[in-house]
Design a protein around this ligand. Structure first.
Ligand code: IDP
Ligand code: MG
Length: 137
């Protein structure tokens, strides 16, 4: 089942020079392809839409500040079960709990600065792709 997912390489990944490493892992999965890729400063309005489900949580404001602290890389990745697959490559939200071999497990220590966002379901992917790539068909 071919799908599309929205991936963000967060400002910590860009600052730390891990963009190539992380995209390499995604690109290496057989049959997955990059359909869009852009280095982008994410503005408040975009971030509010993207993280609407978390509004009011204690980590929300620090998360918004962090996500606006430098450019991110926004990607559309397409391929077989790519939504579930990129989440598996990323690992769970807390990088200390994430298994070695996963992106968060290999490179992260701080929950907020966990390197990568990836859509968590078909519904989320559809919603998030519209926010970040509204002209993409
Ligand atoms: P996800 O990115 O693994 O889907 P979510 O629960 O959707 O995780 O949270 C969105 C983002 O908010 C996380 O990736 C992380 O950057 C941040 N975050 C989530 N929970 C916490 C927390 O408890 N403390 C600090 N930051 C958090
Ligand atoms: Mg999430």
């Amino acid at each position: 089942m071919s799908q599309r997912t929205l991936v963000l390489l967060k400002p910590d990944a860009v600052r730390r020079g891990l963009v190539g490493e992380i995209i390499g892992r995604i690109e290496s999965k057989a049959g997955w392809t990059l359909r869009a890729l852009e280095l982008r400063d994410l503005d408040r309005a975009t971030l509010e839409q993207h993280y609407a489900e978390h509004e009011g949580r204690p980590f929300y404001e620090p998360l918004m500040e962090f996500m606006a602290s430098g450019p991110s890389v926004a990607l559309v990745v397409e391929g077989e079960r790519v939504i579930e697959g990129v989440r598996a490559l990323a690992g769970p939200t807390d990088p200390i709990a994430a298994a070695p071999g996963s992106i968060r497990g290999d490179f992260g220590t701080i929950v907020r600065e966990n390197l990568i966002h990836a859509s968590d379901s078909e519904e989320s992917a559809e919603r998030e792709l519209k926010i970040f790539f509204p002209d993409f068909s």
